[in-house]
Design a protein around this ligand. Structure first.
Ligand SMILES: N[C@@H](CCC(=O)N[C@@H](CS)C(=O)NCC(=O)O)C(=O)O
Length: 311
C-alpha cells in the first residue's frame, strides 16, 4: 500500500485541517514541507500548477483541496467516519461554509496591521512585503475578494455567538453530536486566530467554543515522518496511478473522457492544470498529466469550486 504523503507547511490553517483529519483517523503519514509562497517548483511538478496548501499524494495520485482529501482519507480508513450516516448533507454544507466564509474572516483578522506586526516580528521587512504581495496575487482572477478587516470585525460576533449557542445546546461533545468534517473545517480558522495574541481573544471569549476547540485539537496529528520533496517525486515516478473509480463518467457540459482540458479553482489560487480528463464523477474530477520530474500522474480535484475548460 502506498504511503500517504502530505505536502504542507506548519503555519497553514488548511494544512492544520488536514493534519487533524489524519490524527482523527489515527493514520501514519509522510510529511513534505513546501514553501509558503510561490514559486513551489517541486509541488507544481506533481500538481501541474495547482499551488494551494495542502496537497495529498498517494503514489502517483495527487489530491488537491482538503474537501477531497477528507474523502480520500475516508476511503483509506472508514472508521471513525468524517461523514456520519444521515448527516452527510448537513456536515458537508457546514464545512463548505466554514472553509470559505469563516476562513475569509480569519484571514482578514489575522492580516490586520496590528496582528501582522506581531506575527511576522521575526522576519525581515522585505520578506513580509514579499509574502503579502504573494497573498494579494493569490486572489487575481478568482471569484473571492478580500473582506475588509472592519467588515470582518463587524461580522465576527454573529459567527461566534451562533457557534457558542450550538455548542451549549448540543448534547454531544462536537458540533453535530459525534465528530465530523464540520468540526475540522470550523477548527482551522480558529486555530489561525489563536496563533497571534492580537486575535486569540476573538476565540477565547467564548467558553463553549474554547472547550470544543481543545477537544478537536486533542485528536492530534497522527504519526508523521519527514520526507524530502525529491523523494516524493521519486515515489510518484515509480508508482502507477490507482484504478479509476467505478462510477459512470458524467460531464454535463459535454467534455468527453480523454479530452484535453484545463481544470482550475474558481475562488482564488486559480492557476490552471492542463491534462486529459479521465474521470468526472459526482464529487471528483481526475486529470492525467505527464511531467518530466513526476512521470505520469493522476491529479484529483473536487467538482465543487473547480471548473473545466475544454482545450
Ligand atoms: N479550498 C482549499 C483552500 C486551501 C487554502 O486556501 N490554503 C491556503 C493556505 S491555508 C493557501 O493555499 N495559501 C497560499 C499558499 O499556500 O500558497 C482547501 O480546502 O484545501
Amino acid at each position: 500500500m502506498s504511503a500517504l504523503i502530505l505536502h504542507h507547511y506548519p503555519t497553514s490553517p488548511f494544512a492544520q485541517k488536514a493534519r487533524l483529519l489524519l490524527g482523527f483517523k489515527g493514520l501514519s503519514w509522510r510529511s513534505v514541507k513546501i514553501p509558503p509562497m510561490m514559486p513551489k517548483p517541486d509541488l507544481t511538478a506533481l500538481t501541474g500548477g495547482y499551488r494551494k496548501t495542502p496537497v495529498l499524494q498517494v503514489g502517483a495520485d495527487i489530491y488537491c483541496d482538503t474537501a477531497l482529501i477528507a474523502r480520500r482519507l475516508e476511503q483509506e480508513k472508514a472508521a471513525p467516519t468524517l461523514f456520519p450516516q444521515g448527516q452527510g448533507m448537513i456536515v458537508t454544507a457546514f464545512a463548505a461554509w466554514a472553509d470559505s466564509v469563516v476562513f475569509q474572516h480569519a484571514v482578514s483578522l489575522v492580516f490586520q496591521p496590528e496582528s501582522v506586526a506581531l506575527r511576522f516580528a521575526q522576519l525581515p521587512p522585505e520578506a513580509v512585503k514579499a509574502f503579502l504581495a504573494d497573498r494579494a496575487g493569490l486572489f487575481n482572477g478568482g471569484s473571492a475578494s478580500r473582506l475588509s478587516a472592519q467588515q470582518a470585525r463587524h461580522q465576527w460576533p454573529s459567527i461566534m455567538a451562533r457557534l457558542e449557542q450550538q455548542l451549549q445546546h448540543e448534547p454531544g461533545d462536537f458540533l453535530f453530536g459525534e465528530p465530523s468534517i464540520a468540526d475540522f473545517a470550523m477548527a482551522h480558522p480558529l486555530w489561525f486566530l489563536k496563533g497571534t495574541p492580537v486575535t486569540a481573544p476573538l476565540v477565547d471569549a467564548y467558553p463553549a467554543v474554547s472547550a470544543w476547540f481543545a477537544r478537536v485539537l486533542a485528536f492530534g496529528q497522527g504519526a508523521a515522518s519527514d520526507m524530502s520533496a525529491e523523494e516524493a517525486l521519486q515515489v510518484a515516478r515509480a508508482a502507477q496511478p490507482a484504478v479509476l473509480p467505478s462510477e459512470v463518467f458524467a460531464e454535463p457540459n459535454g467534455v468527453k473522457p480523454g479530452q484535453p482540458v484545463l481544470i482550475a479553482a474558481t475562488d482564488y489560487g486559480v492557476d490552471p492544470v492542463a491534462g486529459e480528463l479521465l474521470f468526472a464523477g459526482s464529487e471528483e474530477l481526475i486529470l492525467r498529466r505527464e511531467d518530466e520530474r513526476a512521470g505520469v500522474v493522476h491529479v484529483h480535484f473536487p467538482r465543487l469550486g473547480f471548473r473545466i475548460e475544454a482545450q
